[in-house]
Design a protein around this ligand. Structure first.
Ligand code: GUN
Ligand code: ZN
Length: 434
């Protein structure tokens, strides 16, 4: 498929800009909203930003899309999801290991049929776009066709995504296991086929230590060493039972992270989902290598995993993104995910500022994916993926935002109570996509 370039456009409204990471500066100045802002979009990129009347006067031929008082924010970036779990989201009553065995693995088995993979990938992109998510980093299943389905659907929608074949060669049912060799071979073939095509990137994807033998971990580490520009995604220290199991499976390891580190699976382009119950050594090593930690708050409450230490980890300089972890996470919405991050941080004694929450869901997740120079901000040179938020999308939200004394007080009710009804428009690759 060839990508046709979108026509130039000027988009006006209230525009969110970040000048710094709001966790490391005063949030009220690190993020600001231009109440009469504008973006000039050409060839799928933002080529200028500024004051709406000025930009319009400078480009009188370019069509204008005026969103008035609505808030234009970067498209949401979901840094950890499992698209194959779309149809089993909100499955009742289990904690991680039982939840995997009872609900997740049987559903992932259905992806042996490529037509089913295509159906769910299409459904997943329709749902996530309706919720304002423009970039996703997803696990697939062990089936190569599940990766083909995801990338094919993303490419047709011109979306920037990351994905990889989930590798498992033990502690998973027959039909959902590969081997160290076939996991390596299939991953390599998929990487060669998709990595760098249009807006697609491949991530080497060992599911987590309990479902890979040391041989498979070593094979994944070797593949990553051969392709150091790829991301590597996995899970780390999500639940205490899981950590105890890892200790039994890898008696030589110093801790959970060491089961990755000792096989070449720790690095700056590594993405470690959950990272809740970390030892001091693990925190030190993750920070030293500049790894990406991915906070999945609706999953952590839904599966009962624990309370991520956002404040402490940010203070010590970790790189942190935000994610739904669909379908361990209970929502496709990054707004709902921001709300859950707020609630978890509150339970740990820290109230996250709305600017911090917005940053996590956009620029922060983009930086975690090493795409912070391409997406996640509405600045000149960035790719034109953005969302237009209605800050009065329901009667409950409207009556609260009407009382707001400043922009952040107007945004916060949408963060806490908003869903897909708050997504007025989604632009992907410089074109309106809904
Ligand atoms: N750990 C290993 N696999 C999974 C998964 O699919 N979801 C979650 N939440 N944790 C995992
Ligand atoms: Zn996950």
């Amino acid at each position: 498929m060839t990508t046709t370039q979108a026509a130039p456009a000027i988009v006006t409204g209230q525009v969110l800009h970040f000048t710094a990471n709001p966790f490391h500066a005063d949030p009220a100045t690190a993020a600001h909203v231009d109440s009469d802002g504008a973006l000039l979009i050409e060839g799928g990129r933002i080529t200028a930003t500024g004051n709406a009347p000025t930009l319009r006067a400078a480009h009188p031929q370019v069509p204008v899309y005026d969103y008035g008082p609505k808030l234009i924010v970067p498209g949401f970036v979901d840094a950890h999801a499992h698209y194959p779990q779309t149809a089993m989201i909100a499955s009742w009553g289990k904690r991680l290991i039982d939840w995997l065995n009872l609900y997740t693995f049987p559903e992932e088995m259905r992806f042996a049929h490529p037509a089913y993979a295509t159906e769910i990938a299409a459904r997943y992109f329709d749902l996530t776009r309706a919720h304002g998510t423009t970039t996703i980093c997803s696990f697939c299943t062990i089936h190569p066709a599940s990766v083909d389905a995801f990338f094919t659907q993303a490419r047709a929608r011109r979306q920037r995504v990351v994905a990889g074949k989930t590798c498992m060669d033990r502690n998973a049912p027959e039909g959902l296991r590969d081997t160290a060799q076939s996991g390596y071979d299939d991953s390599k073939a998929l990487l060669d086929k998709w990595h760098g095509v249009d807006r697609l990137s491949y991530a080497i994807t060992p599911r987590f230590s309990p479902t890979s033998t040391p041989d498979q971990m070593a094979a994944m580490g070797a593949l990553w060493a051969e392709h150091p520009d790829c991301l590597m995604q996995t899970h780390l220290s999500e639940q205490t039972d899981e950590i105890a199991w890892v200790r039994d499976l890898f008696p030589e390891a110093r801790d959970y992270l060491d089961t990755y580190e000792s096989f070449g699976l720790l690095g700056g382009r590594g993405l470690y989902g959950h990272a809740i119950h970390l030892e001091p050594r693990e925190r030190d090593r993750l920070r030293e290598v500049g790894a990406g930690l991915v906070h999945c708050p609706t999953s952590n409450t839904f599966i009962g995993s624990g309370l991520f230490d956002m404040d402490g980890l940010m203070r010590e300089g970790q790189r942190i993104g935000l994610a739904t972890d669909t379908g361990g996470g209970s929502s496709f919405s990054m707004l709902r995910t921001m709300a859950a991050a707020y609630e978890i941080a509150q339970l740990r004694g820290r109230a996250l500022h709305p600017a911090e929450l917005m940053w996590l869901a956009t620029a922060g997740s983009a930086e975690t994916l090493h795409m912070g120079d391409k997406i996640g901000q509405l600045e000149q040179g960035f790719e034109a993926d953005f969302v237009v938020l209605d800050l009065a999308s329901t009667p409950a939200i409207a009556q609260r935002s009407a009382e707001a004394k400043d922009i952040w007080e107007a945004v916060f009710p949408t963060i806490m109570m908003g869903d897909d009804r708050a997504i007025h428009a989604v632009w992907i690759d410089g074109s309106a996509a809904n």
